[in-house]
Unconditional design. Structure first.
Length: 218
């Protein structure tokens, strides 16, 4: 059993960062943090179900719920400021989550822009114990992010579709080799991990993704 809470996370400009914290009612040493995409929330399937898998395995799970797409001030900000905003928010979120218990394992799951969040934390929070990351539709064309991924040893799973504009087979091979990680490449899947114009096949893809995440989590 677990409870639903909201942590008092203060991020960029000391503004609150929306979140839901799923706290186990029994002791746990495993923390998982979910970082959504710009328009893909932590309540949508590709993130929701991995979060539930982790809850079922006894982890505390923090769903970060930044909603930048609905903020005109964020959208109008220069790229460098948007990056600072994201990094301040997710750093504050992780730090406060880590303060909830004495954790011995951390799982980061990022989707799209959320993979930038996870990459930043890889490079700035080197102390994270037994770190594992699930990279959902990672921004493989972002050289800085890929450098961060390659520089930090961690258990890794990369999930992306061939119809995703961020897909790059060569870069995927590089980050896999650097981390010793695994990957799931879905033929024809787009950036939402869906097959355009085929709802039934998109549902099958979702099942394939969740099964691979389940296997990765053990």
């Amino acid at each position: 059993m677990y409870s639903f809470e909201t942590l008092n996370i203060r991020g960029y400009r000391d503004e609150p960062v929306a979140n839901t914290f799923l706290r186990q009612k029994r002791e746990t040493r495993h923390l998982a943090v979910l970082f959504p995409g710009l328009g893909y929330t932590a309540h949508m399937p590709v993130l929701y179900y991995p979060g539930q898998l982790l809850v079922d395995r006894g982890a505390d799970v923090l769903r970060v719920e930044y909603a930048y797409i609905r903020r005109p001030d964020y959208q109008a900000a220069p790229g460098a400021e948007r990056a600072r905003w994201l990094y301040a928010d997710v750093s504050a979120a992780l730090d406060l989550a880590l303060a909830q218990r004495e954790y011995g394992q951390v799982t980061l799951i990022g989707k799209s822009i959320g993979t930038r969040a996870a990459g930043h934390l890889l490079s700035t929070r080197a102390h994270l114990p037994r770190l594992q990351c699930i990279w959902l539709t990672p921004l493989l064309r972002d050289q800085a992010l890929c450098a961060q991924i390659k520089q930090v040893k961690h258990r890794a799973l990369f999930v992306i579709g061939t119809a995703d504009s961020q897909y790059d087979a060569g870069t995927l091979a590089e980050v896999r080799q650097a981390t010793g990680g695994d990957s799931l490449v879905i033929d024809g899947a787009d950036h939402g991990l869906e097959i355009g114009g085929d709802v039934v096949q998109s549902i099958r893809v979702m099942q394939q993704v969740i099964e691979r995440v389940q296997k990765f989590l053990g």
